[in-house]
Write a protein that binds this ligand. Structure first.
Ligand code: HEC
Ligand code: HEC
Ligand code: HEC
Ligand code: HEC
Ligand code: HEC
Ligand code: HEC
Ligand code: HEC
Length: 300
């Protein structure tokens, strides 16, 4: 009998402790949100840049991190005024904030640190992506979420379609060429018409890797000449040796680069509008003749 009472007492204590913890967590969350849901709240950094600090509780609640409390990711922010910020610029703030993600996701973090982007970060390049650039901070979606996959070309394209960034780093603007080839067009249709289904066509990371994106000429890059065919074969298992080499990659056809493709498309660019104009003129003349004939008949 005594053992049973003791057991019940333990259960009650455990339950109370559980509820207590939950209450403390949601209390803290409430306290943060009481200020942070205010619209228009922002912080101005010494660089003069301003960062909005409005955070929506429901965004976090809809993310993969719904079970984390604010202070798990932001320890030391419990009191207000908050401790002074070390970051002088928005970039410094983002780079420091990415360490929050790395503390829990060490696999992704170590792949990233070996990538062309992670190495760029170590070198202090101002434009390489950090974790939040691709995942956001408070609205992180599951990796297998179809909408996340179908949207990836735009996420990468934010930078890899920007002409200024391209010329700064001597890279091609690849988003524009991707968006007009079969994989890009198919993925675009999925994004717009079937956002809850995964595009089967290749998106950027199917060819380049996810966190371990390499410079395209690196020996271990999945898109260098030696590895490209096996990368295509993940989805085109029948592909023969010429399959990959016949493909234009991110190249725009021009004189001297895929000259035949360029000339054929130039031919059609001229032919199709000419035919349309020709047909238009033909129809107008035909109508004119018809009208004139009718008027002639009436006059007679
Ligand atoms: C009394 C209102 C108030 C409360 C409560 C509050 N904050 Fe803030 N917080 C602010 C304001 C205002 C800023 C803008 C910068 C500043 O004035 O310090 C800010 C800035 C921040 C920043 C960005 C700058 C930095 O210091 O890193 C984070 C992150 C942050 N708060 C997290 C939290 C968390 C987490 C909680 C709850 C544990 C919380 N805040 C509670 C008002 C508040
Ligand atoms: C999974 C970790 C995580 C959780 C949970 C989290 N944050 Fe954040 N938070 C971040 C990261 C990372 C950044 C940096 C974002 C960036 O680069 O702009 C950030 C930035 C902020 C900022 C600065 C403004 C901004 O958006 O950049 C505020 C304010 C803030 N968080 C408040 C909160 C509050 C309040 C909660 C709880 C409702 C919360 N955070 C929960 C990771 C988290
Ligand atoms: C305190 C630890 C912690 C921090 C900090 C944290 N995460 Fe997470 N993250 C988790 C946990 C736990 C899950 C698993 C949730 C689940 O399975 O539903 C998760 C899930 C994810 C997923 C989905 C994984 C999948 O397989 O679908 C992504 C993406 C992710 N986190 C990215 C981030 C990013 C980006 C940051 C920084 C803004 C971050 N995480 C910060 C603990 C953390
Ligand atoms: C250049 C864009 C990009 C950057 C930067 C990035 N990720 Fe990801 N991440 C992705 C994509 C795309 C996926 C989904 C891939 C898939 O289908 O599994 C993913 C998947 C994940 C996952 C779930 C699958 C896994 O690998 O465990 C986690 C966790 C994650 N990322 C965390 C991070 C963290 C932490 C960082 C920063 C160190 C980061 N990511 C930086 C694009 C990025
Ligand atoms: C079907 C495979 C495939 C897909 C999908 C793909 N790429 Fe590529 N990518 C390649 C190959 C092969 C190269 C190397 C040849 C070249 O530069 O055209 C390359 C080169 C690059 C380069 C280097 C360009 C340069 O200046 O040398 C970048 C950056 C890049 N891709 C980013 C992207 C982005 C961003 C996406 C999505 C919008 C994407 N790629 C989609 C295969 C692919
Ligand atoms: C925030 C901007 C940004 C985002 C987002 C981004 N990148 Fe990059 N990426 C860069 C910059 C900047 C470099 C140049 C780094 C360097 O030269 O060291 C780069 C380099 C590369 C390279 C190497 C190019 C070469 O010359 O060999 C590839 C491949 C690449 N990125 C692919 C991707 C893919 C795939 C994604 C999306 C999953 C992506 N990037 C998202 C900024 C970005
Ligand atoms: C993630 C899977 C995937 C990868 C990786 C992939 N493709 Fe595709 N590819 C597809 C799908 C699905 C289609 C058909 C839908 C469409 O037309 O977009 C397709 C269509 C094509 C087509 C149009 C002709 C046809 O067979 O329908 C060519 C050419 C092509 N891919 C070349 C390549 C090359 C070259 C590579 C490697 C550099 C590659 N693909 C990598 C999935 C992939």
């Amino acid at each position: 009998m005594r053992g049973r009472v003791q057991r019940i007492t333990w259960w009650v204590i455990l339950l109370a402790a559980g509820c207590g913890l939950f209450a403390v967590r949601s209390l803290a969350q409430e306290a943060c949100l009481q200020c942070h849901e205010t619209e228009g709240l922002s912080i101005t950094l010494p660089s003069g840049e301003s960062i909005p600090v409005t955070v929506k509780g429901k965004d976090l609640a809809a993310s993969v991190h719904r079970d984390l409390s604010c202070t798990t990711c932001h320890p030391g922010q419990e009191k207000y005024p908050h401790p002074p910020l070390a970051a002088k610029t928005a970039r410094e703030f983002r780079v420091a904030s990415a360490r929050i993600c790395q503390s829990c996701h060490s696999d992704a973090a170590s792949d990233y640190s070996q990538s062309v982007h992670g190495r760029g970060l170590k070198l202090g390049l101002a434009d390489v992506p950090t974790c939040q650039s691709c995942h956001t901070a408070h609205t992180v979606k599951p990796a297998k979420d179809p909408a996340f996959r179908n949207n990836i070309p735009l996420v990468c394209g934010n930078c890899h379609g920007d002409p200024q960034l391209a010329s700064k780093y001597g890279m091609k603007e690849v988003y524009q060429t991707y968006a007009t080839e079969f994989h890009g067009v198919t993925t675009f249709f999925y994004r717009v018409t079937k956002p809850q289904e995964v595009s089967p066509a290749a998106v950027c990371y199917d060819c380049h890797g996810i966190h371990d994106v390499k410079a395209v000429d690196a020996p271990d890059s999945p898109v260098n000449k030696q590895n490209l065919l096996s990368t295509c074969r993940k989805c085109h298992p029948q592909a023969g040796a010429l399959f990959a080499s016949a493909w234009l990659e991110h190249e725009r056809p021009a004189l001297g680069k895929a000259t035949l493709v360029y000339l054929v498309s130039l031919f059609y660019t001229i032919l199709i509008p000419s035919v349309v104009v020709f047909l238009g003129v033909h129809t107008v003349l035909d109508l004119w003749r018809w009208l004139m004939d009718r008027l002639e008949e009436r006059r007679r």
